[in-house]
Write a protein that binds this ligand. Structure first.
Ligand code: MIC
Ligand code: SF4
Length: 768
């Protein structure tokens, strides 16, 4: 249908340099004489020096380290603080690439958009002042509190087919909905791009996801990714890009593709992308970027925005969209997938209560116009028979543009008419900023259309079972109040005794009357000019912000002994340990810019495998125990370097670099894992912690707290001796000694960070 274009943006700084990228790609093709996948084309065309990266004879995917030039950086208010504190210590006058800051994570959800926003601005004033002054000084686009969630704003304003972007948040891949590569990283990686230092990435493998068939009825793009998460598990995408292809792509709306790409983070994928489609073009036009659409059309004709014929994937997953049904994932992990038709039985088998205590829709994952109009369709059907939602029903629009368009098109009034509470355009309950007053400490179940459902995430209550579903399933369930309700087959009994059954929801992917931008004051100037005279505001004695002291190198004489100092094991962590376990969010979000204060939460929800208790560590030197931060601090005060022994997929979840900064701050030098999550492993390296993989996963249980660890062979790795590897010598408390083999993934550049004490120390030494 025709979409009214309500405005047109200045696209000069947001159109990818297609001609240059195509030229680079020609250069790359000289070396790689084979058809390339779409993701390879985008990635390799951003390599700084194709001659040195591709001229060798080795494998690229899964092996080669690529030095890349991303075109843009986006940061949210929680992670931007550390990123900027690090950027500032590089002493540059401006950012090397266009960069934006988005105030979204720090906004609380108490009683509704207006008052929540006002209150949050007051309580976080000093942080927002800091971010805004840094933005002015370095020429960064600053999106004020209330403007919306980073990923929604990026999709609406900055994303473009074929672009390479970094964001300091794990759901940055959301922008892949526009056929680009958007990668979630820690702040220190963003600083690479912001300082013009090539950003390094091990070339990912490419998993092809072949889509056939068509979604229909209640099944949405969210169900596709919930289903895929069940298949791949939270580790299945590690080290890989998910590249979707096949006839099923073209029928998806651009925002639907963004939902799928968003949750690629939940399976550990580096990012997700899709071939350029007419729906992407329509979305670009509807969001005021016709110039980008025209340029992308041309680049597509030149073959840039699709895979080459015959391109090979490392693995292909087949999904027939016609076979999918709505899916509900959880609780406590995003990969426990149950089709809605089986869900009632699943709940019964587990012996869980059948009651829902709240329904939450929106967030960066699911707040498109299509999502909101589909939900409004259900609300209208329910209203017509006199129903309101049975449980609190909260809605967080993804941006001011979405909110204002919803308001103009009566979507908000429709939702409010059935009992919804519309919250500020921000992360809110998705990141534990939900001031929930009921169910404290009680067993209960909530349904959300968000992307992540680790324990305690939304309301701080570890007994809240949190299930993920599409916005329409969440809504239908909120009307029924029961987990066992299947809206495809079941009816709700009305007070009159009549039965009411929803007809499948229908939404509209783009508004017929165009988007309305809403409050224009939220928009920053398109290319702000750096103002070096501006002073970055850090209040004296602030409890929220603290300048960063460089970490000391582990090596006292860097030219002599390049083994790590002798370490004690602080703790062996049991099972799932996400970045939420390592550095909790919720009330701690306020200390994101203050390393000393936030470090008080180190691993407080991690389980000690020796004894099975949460937040307990043993100090074997004094035969005492304490909380994990207490004992870690003791080690630091004794100047005793320490190590952690951890389980599979350590550091799963977010891009939160605090999860690496905090242990380093207390003196951690090495982490031995059964396996690591990608972003977190890089974050550790950046901050000067050596991540090592256990070759034999059973060695995990042979090492315990108080044991002494020494590296053997690290100096050979530094010297790049062929075949070198790192062995860890373990001395048990009873004096028994044995050695265990490990694997490392350090590139030569990353070794320089370890030697210098952190990547930033290294950058600083090269920029001076
Ligand atoms: C999340 O969804 O977990 C967050 C909060 O957005 C994090 C970022 C952070 O902790 O700063 C993420 O996904 O990276
Ligand atoms: Fe915000 Fe939640 Fe999206 Fe993270 S996942 S960016 S907390 S809305």
């Amino acid at each position: 249908f025709a979409t009214h274009v309500s405005y047109e943006k200045d696209c000069s700084s947001i159109t990818p340099p297609y001609e240059k990228l195509l030229q680079n790609l020609e250069n790359v093709r000289k070396y790689l004489n084979r058809p390339l996948t779409l993701a390879e084309k985008i990635l390799y065309s951003h390599v700084v020096d194709p001659d040195s990266s591709f001229s060798g004879s080795g494998r690229i995917r899964g092996d080669a380290y690529l030095q890349l030039h991303p075109e843009r950086v986006a940061m949210q208010d929680a992670s931007a603080q550390m990123a900027l504190l690090q950027f500032m210590s590089a002493s540059l006058v401006q950012c090397a690439v266009p960069t934006s800051i988005h105030c979204d994570h720090l906004i609380q959800a108490f009683d509704g958009a207006d008052s929540d926003l006002k209150r949050s601005v007051v309580t976080n004033q000093e942080v927002f002042d800091f971010l805004q002054s840094a933005a002015q000084k370095y020429g960064i686009e600053f999106w004020r509190p209330g403007s919306g969630i980073i990923h929604q704003i990026v999709l609406e304003n900055y994303a473009a087919p074929g672009m390479l972007m970094l964001g300091t948040d794990s759901h940055t891949p959301n922008a892949g909905g526009l056929g680009m590569l958007a990668i979630g990283v820690g702040g220190a990686d963003a600083v690479d791009a912001m300082t013009g230092t090539p950003w390094e990435l091990k070339a990912p493998n490419i998993i092809g996801v072949h889509l056939t068939g068509k979604l229909s009825g209640w099944t949405t793009p969210k169900d596709l990714i919930l289903h895929l998460a069940g298949k791949l598990t939270v580790r299945g995408g590690t080290g890989s890009i998910l590249e979707y292809f096949g006839p099923g792509v073209a029928s998806q709306s651009c925002t639907g593709l963004a939902t799928i790409a968003n949750m690629g983070a939940e399976v550990g994928a580096t990012t997700s992308t899709f071939p350029y489609s007419s729906n992407m073009r329509d979305y670009l036009k509807a969001t005021g970027r016709s110039a980008v659409a025209d340029a992308a059309d041309k680049a597509a004709i030149q073959g840039f925005l699709i895979a080459d014929k015959g391109a090979e994937y490392d693995e292909v997953i087949e999904i027939n969209l016609s076979d999918l049904e709505p899916t509900i994932n959880g609780p406590f992990t995003p990969d426990l997938a149950t089709p809605v038709s089986q869900f009632g039985k699943f709940i019964q088998e587990q012996g869980w209560q059948d009651e829902i205590s709240a329904g939450l829709i929106g967030s960066c994952t699911n707040s498109s116009y299509e999502d909101m109009t589909s939900v409004a369709d259900l609300a209208k059907q329910a209203k017509a028979v006199g129903l309101t939602t049975k449980v609190p029903f909260l809605c967080t629009p993804g941006s001011e543009q979405i909110r204002a368009t919803m308001e103009r098109d009566n979507v908000i009034s429709t939702l409010e008419g059935v009992g919804a509470l519309v919250l500020a355009n921000a992360c809110g309950p998705c990141i534990g900023q939900w001031n929930r007053t009921d169910k404290k400490g009680e067993d209960n179940a909530i349904l959300t259309s968000f992307n992540r459902n680790f324990k305690s995430r939304n309301d701080g209550n570890s007994k809240t079972m949190n299930f993920l579903a599409s916005p329409t399933i969440v809504t239908a369930m909120a009307f029924s109040g029961k987990l066992s309700f299947n809206p495809l087959t079941d009816s709700i009994t009305l007070p009159s005794g009549d039965m009411f059954k929803f007809t499948p929801p229908s939404g509209q992917d783009l508004p017929t009357n165009g988007f309305t931008v809403g409050d224009k004051s939220y928009y920053p100037a398109p290319t702000p000019v750096p103002q070096p005279e501006v002073e970055v505001v850090i209040k004296k004695n602030s409890q929220r912000l603290e300048a960063l002291e460089p970490f000391r190198s582990h090596f006292s004489d860097a030219d002599q002994d390049l083994e790590l100092p002798i370490m004690k094991v602080l703790l062996r962590v049991r099972g799932k340990c996400t970045t939420d376990h390592i550095s909790a969010a919720g009330p701690w979000l306020k200390y994101k810019g203050h390393l000393t204060n936030i470090s008080e939460n180190l691993l407080i929800t991690a389980t000690n495998d020796e004894g099975g208790e949460m937040n307990v560590a043993f100090d074997r030197d004094t035969n005492t125990s304490g909380t994990i931060p207490e004992i870690a601090k003791r080690f630091r005060d004794r100047e005793q370097p320490w190590a952690l022994i951890v389980d599979d997929n350590y550091g799963e979840g977010s891009a939160r670099e605090h999860a690496a900064l905090q242990p380093r701050f207390y003196g951690c030098a090495m982490i031995l894992a059964r396996s690591f999550a990608r972003i977190h492993e890089t974050n550790l390296k950046k901050q000067g912690i050596l991540p090592l993989w256990l070759v034999d996963k059973d060695d995990y249980s042979r090492i315990g707290s108080g044991d002494t660890l020494e590296t053997i062979g690290l100096s050979d790795v530094f010297a790049d001796k062929p075949g070198s590897c790192i062995v860890v010598k373990v001395t048990k408390r009873d004096g028994t000694v044995f050695e265990i083999p490990t694997k490392h993934t350090m590139s030569l550049d990353q070794l320089k960070w370890l030697k210098a004490g952190s990547a930033l120390n290294h950058i600083r030494s090269t920029k001076i």
